[in-house]
Unconditional design. Structure first.
Lengths: 114, 114
C-alpha cells in the first residue's frame, strides 16, 4: 500500500531545541517537498529535492535544514534559528516531468514549540 | 507577492446547492492548475486539475473552469454535500517551474449545511 508517512503526528519541543520531522515515501517518486501551513496563509514551500543528494531552498527556508540521502526519505530539521516554528508541517512527493504535476501529501506533523 | 490568490476565506452553502470556489493568478507562465481538498489535521488530497489548453474539466460532481484571459479559475461542486465541508486550495505550476513546484493559494473553507 503506497503512500507517504510522517511521524510523529504531534510534536512538542522547548524553545531553543532543534527538532527533526520524518518523511518517508514508498511511491518511488523522485521529488519530495516540505511545506508549512499557518492559518490563513495556505501552504508555503520550505525546501524541495528533485533527486537524491540534492535539494533547493523554497520560499521560507530560513531556520530549516534538510537532507536527501535516500530516495525514500526527506527529513526536515527545524532549528532554534526558526523564529516561529509552531505550525503544521506537510511533506509531499511527486514525479516531475509528468504532465499532471500532482503532488501526494502525507498526513502532516503538528509542531508546538513553547 | 502572492501569485495565486483565493480571496474568499470562507463559503457557506446549503446541501444540494452549487458551491463555487474562486482562484486568481498573476503569472501568465502558469500552465497547469490543481485543486486540493484538506480536512483539519490531515494532508491535502488531490481533487481535480486542468491544463491551460483547456477551459473546462469535469469529474463527477466537480468541474473546474479556466479563464486564461482573466487569469481566473473556479471549482464548481454540484450538488454540494456535507462531506464536502473542508478547506479547498488551488495551486498552479508549469513547465517553467523547475522541480515541479506548486504555488498554493491561501485556501477557502467550505461549509455545507444540511
Amino acid at each position: 500500500d503506497g503512500g507517504i508517512t510522517q511521524s510523529p503526528k504531534y510534536l512538542f519541543r522547548k524553545e531553543g531545541q532543534n527538532v527533526t520531522l520524518s518523511c518517508e515515501q514508498n511511491l518511488n517518486h523522485d521529488a519530495m517537498y516540505w511545506y508549512r501551513q499557518d492559518p490563513g496563509q495556505g501552504l508555503r514551500l520550505i525546501y524541495y529535492s528533485q533527486i537524491v543528494n540534492d535539494f533547493q531552498k523554497g520560499d521560507i527556508a530560513e531556520g530549516y535544514s534538510v537532507s536527501r540521502e535516500k530516495k525514500e526519505s526527506f527529513p526536515l530539521t527545524v532549528t532554534s534559528a526558526q523564529k516561529n516554528p509552531t505550525a503544521f508541517y506537510l511533506c509531499a512527493s511527486s514525479t516531475p516531468g509528468l504532465v499532471s504535476y500532482e503532488q501526494y501529501f502525507g498526513p502532516g506533523t503538528r509542531l508546538t514549540v513553547t | 507577492d502572492q501569485q495565486v490568490k483565493q480571496n474568499s476565506p470562507s463559503l457557506s452553502v446549503q446541501e444540494g446547492r452549487i458551491s463555487i470556489l474562486n482562484c486568481d493568478y498573476t503569472n501568465s507562465m502558469f500552465d497547469y492548475f490543481l485543486w486540493y481538498k484538506k480536512y483539519p489535521a490531515e494532508g491535502p488530497t488531490f481533487l481535480i486539475s486542468i491544463s491551460s489548453i483547456k477551459d473546462k474539466n469535469e469529474d463527477g460532481r466537480f468541474t473546474v473552469f479556466l479563464n486564461k484571459s482573466a487569469k481566473h479559475l473556479s471549482l464548481h461542486i454540484v450538488p454540494s454535500q456535507p462531506g464536502d465541508s473542508a478547506v479547498y486550495f488551488c495551486a498552479a505550476s508549469g513547465v517553467y517551474n523547475q522541480g515541479g513546484k506548486l504555488i498554493f493559494g491561501q485556501g477557502t473553507e467550505l461549509s455545507v449545511k444540511p
